[in-house]
Ligand binder design. Structure first.
Ligand code: ATP
Length: 505
């Protein structure tokens, strides 16, 4: 696996996976562009998720809701009031930080002084941040007195009282920038699922339990985007809202944690690097009854890849009309605008109730980063040379097969290779490339680095011009395996079976 983010960043730039956003104008912080190989890898990951969670199940429907979101959706969901991170400024350097990130990066003795100044039990980090947000004036003074360091200067700062910063991106719909036209870019895909609950239910006549799955962009104005594509301002999520009967929620919560852990392993992440973390009660979001985060050992540390929350009837209960009659159990804002009843009629008793929801919510970009980190391998060859290989699952690899003519100046060979490329592409297994840049050794190295599982070479034998003068090897090619570097010779008619088997999910 990769040891540092830097080696991944360098590979991604060099080979065309991921570039900094708006780079030629100095970059736009917290944005990245997926290049020729990144877009393939990302699409493959999303397709694998969709296939597992929508196609292979009989209790799931898909959705693609809009990104621009009515203000009331994010009012009643609670985001307008509470989707905020604590932020603090250094008056000396004018730098701004997310409070918890800043504190986590401090030397131990600085933190110890801060715990003491805030009179919080040492080691209870969550309580420390809470205490600081409860008395911001005191917290600002305590940070300055404890000599909290500014990572930008490495010097103690003069800190302002911390305050909350709402992370939603605002925009205006229509030509006039006025309050009434305010809308948001969605900060999560989930809300689009909740507000379409009745539409999907009416259209599909689903019975509980069932889920709605969605993949799409989400936007958060993160105070300190960092760690490459781990924390960005524009990212993608793969989210499921799985609706269940109250009382069955705990079973389904456990079920989804297991299911998702299994899936990430099937994608190639090793079990040792995946850590399920049950949030203690004091860390839980106000709407959650229980949350298990799936943490991954990223090169920069053990951090969240996916969160699986039991959200009870909070979401449908927040957006439904007739809240009182439906007897919602979660604490929700009184909804005076919703025009629909987001509830389920029990087919046996005829009674209406609001389903509970289990939400497995994964980040696509964090998934891509984890896959790259896990797959990145440095090997020393018997010759003493080093090779870098991306040992991605063949199914996820951006390019499945590279077809390489041994020489570029023999039309029989290059034409044969081009025809073979077209034929293999026709199998529908993903991207197949015809590759005649550089010599064959260079082509192999390049494809090792981008994770292409198979390199197929068309040579003199293939066109029936073997050195021994026979045509025994006509229509055979060499197939080189990325991981073992072993080459076998196959008849071109055997390639379909071979590749289908190797690329099967
Ligand atoms: P964090 O605590 O790291 O800010 P979160 O708990 O706020 O994340 P959720 O709201 O649970 O994140 O979002 C679900 C998933 O979306 C996360 O597990 C993560 O994979 C992804 N995600 C959230 N914020 C970002 C971001 N800024 N950049 C990339 N992915 C993100």
């Amino acid at each position: 696996p990769a040891e540092t983010l830097d080696e991944l960043v360098a590979l991604c730039k060099r080979r065309g996976f991921i570039f900094p956003g708006s780079e030629i104008y100095g970059g736009l912080q917290g944005t990245y562009d997926y290049g020729p190989l990144g877009v393939e890898l990302k699409n493959n990951l999303k397709q694998a998720w969709w296939r597992r969670n929508v196609y292979e199940r009989d209790d799931m429907e898909g959705l693609d809701a809009s990104i621009l979101t009515h203000r009331l959706v994010l009012h009643y969901s609670g985001h307008e009031a509470t989707f905020a991170d604590p932020m603090v400024d250094n008056r000396i350097t004018k730098k701004r930080y997310r409070l918890d990130h800043l504190l986590k990066d401090q030397p131990e003795e600085v933190l110890r002084r801060l715990y003491r100044a805030m009179e919080v039990e040492e080691g209870n980090f969550h309580a420390l941040v809470q205490a600081m947000m409860a008395s911001p004036e005191r917290a600002g003074g305590a940070m300055t007195a404890a000599q909290v360091l500014d990572p930008a200067s490495g010097e103690p700062g003069d800190w302002t009282p911390p305050r909350y910063f709402n992370m939603m991106f605002k925009t205006y719909v229509g030509p006039v920038e006025e309050e009434a036209a305010l809308a948001y870019l969605r900060p999560e895909t989930a809300q689009g699922i909740f507000i379409n609950f009745k539409n999907v239910l009416d259209a599909t006549s689903r019975k509980l339990p069932f889920g709605i799955a969605q993949i799409g962009k989400a936007f958060r104005n993160e105070i300190t985007p960092r760690n490459f594509i781990f924390r960005v301002r524009e990212f993608e999520q793969m989210e499921i809202e799985y609706f269940v009967r109250p009382g069955e929620d705990e079973y389904w919560h456990r079920y989804w944690v297991e299911e998702r852990l299994k899936w990430w392993q099937e994608m190639g992440l090793s079990r040792e690097n995946l850590v399920p973390y049950q949030q203690p009660p004091e860390e839980l979001a106000h709407y959650a009854k229980a949350t298990v985060d799936i943490l991954y050992r990223f090169p920069h540390g053990l951090e969240e890849l996916e969160g699986i929350a039991n959200r009870t009837d909070f979401d449908l209960g927040s957006h439904t009309k007739d809240q009182e009659a439906l007897g919602i159990t979660a604490k929700v804002l009184k909804n005076e605008h919703s025009t629909q009843r987001l509830a389920y009629r029990d087919p046996e008793t005829g009674k209406w109730f609001v389903p509970y929801v289990i939400e497995p919510s994964a980040g696509v970009d964090r998934g891509v980063l984890a896959l790259l980190a896990e797959a990145f391998t440095r090997e020393e060859l018997p010759s003493g040379e080093e090779r870098i290989v991306l040992k991605l699952k063949p199914q996820l690899a951006p390019i499945k097969v590279a077809v390489i003519p041994l020489v570029k100046n023999r039309p029989e060979i290059t034409e044969y290779a081009k025809r073979l490329k077209a034929r293999l592409l026709g199998l529908g297994l993903g991207r197949v490339v015809y590759e005649d840049t550089g010599n064959i050794g260079k082509a192999y190295r390049r494809h090792d680095e981008v994770g292409t599982p198979f390199a197929i070479t068309v040579d003199y034998d293939t066109i029936g011009q073997s050195k021994d003068g026979t045509t025994k090897l006509k229509d055979t090619v060499t197939v080189r395996d990325r991981d073992t570097m072993e080459q076998i010779r196959l008849h071109v008619d055997e390639l379909e079976g071979f590749l289908r088997e190797k690329l099967r999910w």
